[in-house]
Each structure stands twice: as C-alpha cells, then as structure tokens.
Ligand binder design. Sequence first.
Ligand code: NAD
Length: 452
Amino acid sequence: MMTSDPVLEDLNPNHIARQQFDAALAYLPELTVCPGMADWLFEPERIVKVALPVRLNDGCVHVFHGYRVLHSTLRGPGKGGIRFHPNVDEEEVKALAAWMTLKCALVDVPFGGAKGGVACDPRELTPYEKSRITRRFIAALGDNIGPYTDIPAPDVYTDAQTMAWVYDTYSMMHPGDNNLPVVTGKPLDLGGSPGRAQATAQGSLFAAEHYLELGGSPELTGLKGATVAVQGFGNAGRNAARLFSAAGAMVVAVSDSKGGIYDPGGLDVSKVEVHKDETGSVVGLEGTKFLEAGEVLEVPCDILIPAALENQITAANADRIEAHVIVEAANGPTTPAADRILNEKGIHVLPDILANAGGVLVSYYEWVQNLENQQWEEHEVLEKLRRKMQRATERVVTKRVALIEGHAHYQEVLRRRDPEAPEMPVADLRTAAYVVAVGACSATATQRGIWP
Ligand code: NAD
C-alpha cells in the first residue's frame, strides 16, 4: 500500500487545483509545447479584495474581508457562488473560481468561472447582520459583477435569501434595468428557477446513476439498495440524502459541522430533516450512533458523498475509506495524495467538476429564463439537467478509456521531452474530466486568439 506523509501534504486549495490541472497537461501536448498557454488558462483574470466595515447589532464596527475572483471569461461571463465562512481567503476563492471555469467547460454551458467569499462566521451573525455584510460586499464589488460579466450564486452558508439581498442591492445601484440575471439561486418569486434549490444534489444523483448504468463500478449495478453516507447537511448534502433515499438507496450516515449520526439499518431521512430543523443539527436523533467529525467518511457504505468543504479526504484518512464510489458534491473534498491512494484501492471518484455541476447548470437555466422574462416548468428544467449530466458523465468515462488505452503513447511523448519524466499514473476520472475541460478551454482560446 502506498504511504503518504500527511504532515507533508500541501492543503492550499489553489496549489491543489494547479496540481489537478497539471496532471491533465500530460495528455494535452498542444499546451505543453507553449507553457504560457497553460498559465493563461490557469491564472485568474481578476482578483478583487475589499474591506467591509459593518456595524453589528451590539453597536460595534467590525471590518470583514471579502474577495471576488473572476477566473476566466474565455467561454462566457464568469459564474460562481458567494461563500460566507471563517476560512475564506484569497487562495481558497482562486481555487473555487478555477474549478468553476473547468466545470462549466466540462458540462458545456457558455459561462466562464468566478467565485466570491467573505471571511465571517454566519452561525454567529443575526440575519440582519448577514444582510448588511451582503449588501456592503455587493456595493463594494460595484460593476465587477453584472449580468454579462460575473454572475454570483449561493455557496456555503449563503442561500436564496442571501441572493435576494444581492439582487436588491445591485438593483438599487442600477435602477431601470432588468437586473434579475445578475445573480442566480434567487427565491422562486424573485426570478428563481424551479429546480434550483435541489439542483446540485439532483445533478450528483444523475451523474452517479448514469455512471453505474454505464458499468463504472463492478460492485454496484444501481442505486437501489446501495448504502450511502453523506458529509454535510446543507443545500448539497441534505438534498442528496433525500434524493438518493428516494431513488432507493439506504442512507446510513450523515453529518454536519457539529458531528454525525449512523444507523447501519438505515436512517429515515425525513426524520433527520425534522430533527435538523428543530435542533440545528443532525446530532442527537433518537436511535442513532454519534459520530465524531470526519468519522462519517469512514463508515462502511457503497457510496460516499462529501458535501461540506475542501480537504476532507486526505492522505491521513484515504486509506480508511470503505466506499466503492465517491460522489463529490462538495468542491475540492479530495486531495491529490488521497486521490492516488483511492485509485490504488480501486475506489472510483466522480470528481467535483462533474458531480456537483447540477448547481451551475440550473443557474444557467435561471439566467436564461431571467434574460427572456420566462419561467419554465420544473420537469423541463430537470429533464435538461438530466441530459446534460448524463452527456458529461459519458464524456468523462469515454475520455478515461481513451487515456488508459493511450497510456504508453502519452508516456513516450513525455519521455521524449524529458527523459527523466516519472512513470505516469493510470488516469482516473478526475484527470479524464480535466482533460475534457482544459481541452475545451484550450480550443476556445485558440479559436479566439489573443487580443491584440
Ligand atoms: P451549506 O451552507 O448549505 O451547507 C454546508 C453544510 O456543511 C452544513 O450542513 C454544515 O453544517 C456542514 N459542514 C460545515 N463544516 C463541516 C465539517 N467540517 N464537517 C461536516 N459538515 C460540515 O453549503 P452547500 O451549498 O451545501 O455547499 C456544500 C459544498 O457543496 C461546498 O463545497 C460547495 O462549494 C459545494 N457546492 C454547492 C453548490 C450549491 O449550489 N449550493 C453547488 C456546487 C457545489
């Protein structure tokens, strides 16, 4: 078994994003011939940092720090969520923005990538304080966001209500325009799209289901009866637990920031939801075993759905993962060192840029509806989402087969350039997804050329 020293693992999300990007370059010789091209595709176009003075309810002023990174507009306007979390910093937002560019390219929506965040702990803020931070952030960003330049959406600890404040603030600054397309994930009666609330998890389900239909995992033929563990019980995780359960899977463990719960006989997800709404946590539901933070990842199950934060599956715990398939509803939950260990163990990882793309897909549908002043039916949205997720899953699976078949060729090309080049690892699903996504960005860059 490969060992990896967890102490030496670099957990900077932007370094991790670059490592994942570089792993794909070995299969894209057109980019390695001219390294500047690869740098162009990886480096963010614009980074905005703002200091936000906000008066809190106790009368004191606190200065919060906000970031908005526009990673790429090569394939369309930037698109990406706004996160409120104490750990938000520039490196994290850069990584999340780069992943958005690649995700949009992979599922083929005409957006680039962006992301934003404010370092704060919303669990300690009142709704009014949260609204003042949101409004001050949007005012500070000014025309760095806009319906045709950079379009925010919800992410960790922001929701449809936060997006309503984003819209309202932007709209106050741009009276007389149709400002609805400036932000997605809005409430339904404020231009939101049917299906957006559960879109991320629904997309994860469509991808997982189709991956199994395509014969991706020898141990699993479908979701019926499969055991599932979910880390995170917010927008992505809670909806995933509900939807996978409705599809016939048995959810055995879930967690949130306060810990997890486990029942090998299967949790009643609707009871978990009621308990979470009443107490603020999944922890303490009668008849369940308490799990410490992180233990949810290690319970015996067929499908593991990390749906919380980055760097949850690392060299320190990858060896203890027992699932057959990991469906990354979260962004960046698995480190490159963990990927290598999981690959060796034969665990299939449906990577974030594929598995959680349902959110941006339905955000795109919301944006189109807003531009056209339309509202589509939920079944139309879900059907479009299903087709896009299935096609993207097929693209990744097919690409992986091609990369494995061409392994000797790619290794030889690499050795011709660098005789000391190490043996390339067998391509996993993440590398295949990156080859598709980076390849699409590269093709667009070549077609557009560099101005002037
Ligand atoms: P959310 O704020 O709705 O929920 C986050 C959940 O994670 C909460 O239940 C919280 O308690 C839990 N959590 C926080 N820290 C934890 C920890 N250390 N261990 C276990 N649980 C923890 O956020 P969300 O929108 O569901 O986002 C979750 C992930 O999904 C993020 O990586 C986000 O980038 C990704 N994602 C979200 C969307 C979307 O549309 N909301 C789209 C694509 C990807």
